[in-house]
Design a protein around this ligand. Sequence first.
Ligand SMILES: C=CC1=C(C)c2cc3[nH]c(cc4nc(cc5[nH]c(cc1n2)c(C)c5CCC(=O)O)C(CCC(=O)O)=C4C)c(C)c3C=C
Ligand SMILES: [Fe+2]
Ligand SMILES: [Fe+2]
Length: 346
Amino acid sequence: MTWQPQSLPADHPSVASGRVGVLIVNLGTPAAPTTSAVRRYLAEFLSDRRVVEIPAIIWQPILRGIILNVRPKKSAHAYSQVWTEDGSPLAAITMRQAEALAERLAGEGVVVDWAMRYGEPSIPRQLQAMMDKGCERIVLAPLYPQYSGATTATVMDKAADALRAMRWQASLRVMPPYHDEPLHIAALAEDIGAQLDALDFEPEVLLLSFHGMPKRTLELGDPYHCHCMKTARLLGDALRASGMRPAMRLRTTFQSRFGPAKWLEPATDTVIAEEAANGTRRLAIAAPGFSADCLETLEELAIRGREQFVDECGGEHFAALSCLNDKPVGIDMLEALIRRELAGWI
Ligand SMILES: C=CC1=C(C)c2cc3[nH]c(cc4nc(cc5[nH]c(cc1n2)c(C)c5CCC(=O)O)C(CCC(=O)O)=C4C)c(C)c3C=C
Ligand SMILES: [Fe+2]
Ligand SMILES: [Fe+2]
C-alpha cells in the first residue's frame, strides 16, 4: 500500500521544517561607540557568572556602583577609534564571515547566520529565526579557537536557555574548539607568513598575543591556557617548517588584563616594554586567539601597542597583523570545519 500525504486541516498552524542551519557566534559588542551603549553591553557581559566568577552578592554592587560608572566612558572612546561605517569591527567582520560561508554552503541549501553572545543579534533571536525558516538541525559554531568557560561555554549556556523556552526544539551540534586543528594552524601560518612577507622591515620578534584570563581559571581546570600554548607551539613549528625567518624569535603573551586579580602571564604590555628595554627595535604582533579583529586587536594592540613600543619605549618598527577575518584562507578553514560537523545532515 502506498502512503498518501494527508491534506492538513484548515486550522493547522503552518510549519516550516526539513532544513539545516549554521549559526556562527562571537563574543558581542556594543550597538554604538557611546557611553550608554557600552554601559548596556558591559552590564550584560560582566554580569555573566562565567565571565566574572565572584559571588553576585559581592560582584553586582562593585559592577553597578563602580565599574559601570567609570569604564563605559573610557571604553566608548576606545571603540570610537576603531568604529567603521559598517559598525563595530567585530560585528561587521562576523557578518561578512557568515555571508562568505552562506555562499559556500548555498549549494546544499544550508541556512547560515551569525549571532553575538552579548548584545545583538542575540543567540535566542537567531536560533528562532533559523527555526522559522525551517531549520530543524543547527550547527552552532562558537568562533573561539581556544576553549574557555568564559567564552565557548557561555555560548552553549545561552543556546540552552533559548531551547528551554521552545516547544519544538531544533537538534544542535556544537563545533568543538579548533586550537590544534591542522587546518587552523596551516591557515594561520599561511596568513601570518604572507603578512610578514609584505612588511617593509624584518621583525626581530613576533609576539603571539592571546586574550588573558584570570590565573585562577587555569588552577580550576579551564583548558584555555593549555589551548593557547598549544596553538602557539604548533604555529611556531609551522612557521619554522616553512623556512621562515630562522632568526625571528616568537614569544607567547596574554593581553587585556581586567580587574585586580592575577591574570595569565606574561602580559603583552610587559613583554613589549621588556623587549624594547633589551634592545629590540623591530617588533610584530599577531593575535591567533581572535577569529576576527575587534577592539582588543585594533585598539589595544595596533594603536596602544604601537604607542607603547614606538612612542614610549624607543622602538623603530612595529606591526600589528590582522586576524583571519573573512579572508579566503580563513573561510576555507571554517568551511572545512563546519562541513565536518554537518556530516550526515547534508
Ligand atoms: C578571545 C577570547 C576571549 C576571552 C578568553 C575573554 C575573556 C575575558 N574578557 C573579559 C573582559 C572584557 N573583554 C572585552 C572585550 C573582548 N573580549 C574578547 C574576547 C575574549 N574575552 C573580545 C573579542 C572582545 C572585543 C569585543 C569588541 O566589541 O570588539 C571587554 C570590553 C572592552 C573593554 O571595556 O575593555 C571586557 C571588559 C574578561 C573579564 C574575561 C575573562 C574572564
Ligand atoms: Fe574579553
Ligand atoms: Fe597550560
